[in-house]
Design a protein around this ligand. Structure first.
Ligand code: IFM
Length: 449
């Protein structure tokens, strides 16, 4: 009998980051510009005018960062590969120095007993491909599969878990509907096309993996319950529409081979009418699903707002620095969907964490991030409950290892287990990092402390 809070044997404990958010040196060693480089260098796009030019300087400090992971006892590290480093023009000419960087990183992780989880696309499309229409161009599927093949050939002998696309629905929403993320379009006719091509690209990368790869591959979806603000039928309908656009836009085609009907209604003529076999190409057998979980949304019907409605946070609810409600039970809920409606696939929690406003510089060697510790404990207990109810969860990655560039919000909201002083690049593990290290070392028993 396992003690109450112990996780399954072999549970994979890790932390996650992504390339543009931590690496810095975006144009070093022959890399080409990506869309986030362009976007951040466009005035007015990012809070405080921040860019990823330096970020956590991980591109130069990766050895120290791997040592830090080792000191925390991480068993896994999820990172992403920057497509513009590997293919500066997005296709064609390979930049060997870009691949060398990730090969050195993977080797160092393995030397330290840390399993690499590699994401192929965490939002940094090569700018040269954006010039050709980016995710609106039907050729984007082939571009992505070609890039994926190059990376598999170099790293699949050492990387045993891959993720194709990170949060395709967030890219379509932020990048093509709201315009708050790169490439900054705000066009309801484009958003579903971009989503469809991102999903086709996922399917093509999985097919390429079956031909070339030898291990496991999945996709990382951001899942977020959409709860109606009242019993009113209009709020319920609005919540169903929000659920279709936020959650089922990824889940249904990838796992069931269809799109939710609500999306056709919502987008009308703008909904893409691709060839009949598109959905079969998207629905490829997967080895696991990556689930990114942060919060829920409470949805109130607003006639004029359409999909761009604001979601009020319930009064008095605890919130992160991004205004996201802390709602651990939502993790049980989304894992329940995967168990009951999607065939209970193996799941890795590929992101979960809390943004706080914390000091830019620390006076000493301590940072007590009590709200993040509470968040971590509560979400891991929720995870334990979901596993106890039959959800097949194999691992957990905290978002994030380091404070980093939080996209349009810049550097002010900090998600790290480890504090980064951006002026000196000094890393300081926060109290939550020490707690997480104890949880890992005891396979969860420290949650009882
Ligand atoms: O920082 C992001 C990450 O890049 C994708 N998932 C959500 C995180 C927090 O916003």
């Amino acid at each position: 009998m396992q003690p109450a809070l112990e996780f399954p044997r072999g549970f994979l404990w890790g932390a996650a980051t992504s390339a543009y958010q931590i690496e810095g040196s975006p144009l070093a060693d022959g890399a080409g510009p990506g869309i986030w480089h362009r976007f951040t260098h466009t005035p007015g796009t990012i809070a405080d005018g921040a860019t990823g030019d330096v970020a956590c300087d991980h591109y130069r400090r990766w050895r120290d960062d791997v040592a830090l992971m080792r000191a925390l006892g991480l068993r896994a590290y999820r990172f992403s590969i920057a497509w513009p480093r590997v293919l500066p023009d997005g296709r064609g000419r390979v930049n060997p120095r870009g691949l060398d960087f990730y090969e050195r990183l993977v080797d160092a992780l393995l030397e330290h007993g840390i399993e690499p989880l590699a994401t192929l696309y965490h939002w940094d499309l090569p700018a040269a491909l954006d010039d050709r229409g980016g995710w609106l161009n039907p050729d984007s599927t082939d571009w992505f599969a070609d890039y994926a093949r190059i990376v598999y050939r170099r790293l699949d002998d050492r990387v045993r878990r891959w993720l194709t696309v990170n949060e395709p629905a967030v890219v379509a929403d932020g990048g093509y509907l709201r315009g708050t993320m790169a490439p900054g379009h705000r066009n309801r006719f484009e958003a579903p096309i971009a989503a469809h091509h991102l999903l086709l690209a996922h399917g093509a990368a999985v097919q390429a993996y079956r031909a070339e790869g030898h291990h496991a591959i999945g996709i990382a979806l951001n899942l977020e319950p959409q709860h109606p603000a009242s019993d009113d039928a209009a709020d319920h309908a609005a919540a169903r529409r929000a659920d279709a656009w936020t959650n089922r836009l990824g889940l249904d085609p990838v796992l069931l081979g269809r799109y939710p009907d609500e999306l056709r209604t919502l987008f009308g003529a703008a909904w893409p009418h691709g060839p009949d076999d598109d959905l079969a190409r998207i629905r490829q057998p997967l080895d696991f699903i990556g689930c990114n979980y942060y919060t829920r949304r409470v949805v109130r019907h607003d006639e004029g707002a359409g999909l761009l409605q604001a979601a009020p946070v319930p009064q008095g609810a605890p919130c992160s620095a991004l205004g996201w409600e802390v709602f651990p039970h939502g993790l049980v809920e989304v894992l329940g969907w995967l168990r009951d409606q999607y065939g209970n696939p193996p799941v890795h929690i590929t992101e979960n964490g809390m943004a706080l406003h914390e000091p830019a510089a620390l006076a000493g060697d301590e940072l007590e991030d009590a709200p993040r510790m509470t968040y971590l404990r509560a979400h891991l207990r929720a995870l334990q409950a979901a596993i106890g109810r039959g959800c097949d969860v194999r691992g957990y990655c905290a978002w994030s290892l380091l404070d980093n560039f939080e996209w349009a919000a810049g550097y002010a909201p900090r998600f790290g287990l480890v504090h980064v002083d951006y002026a000196t690049q000094r890393r300081t593990p926060k109290a939550s990092a020490r707690l997480y290290a104890r949880i890992i070392a005891t396979n969860g028993r420290a949650l009882a402390e």
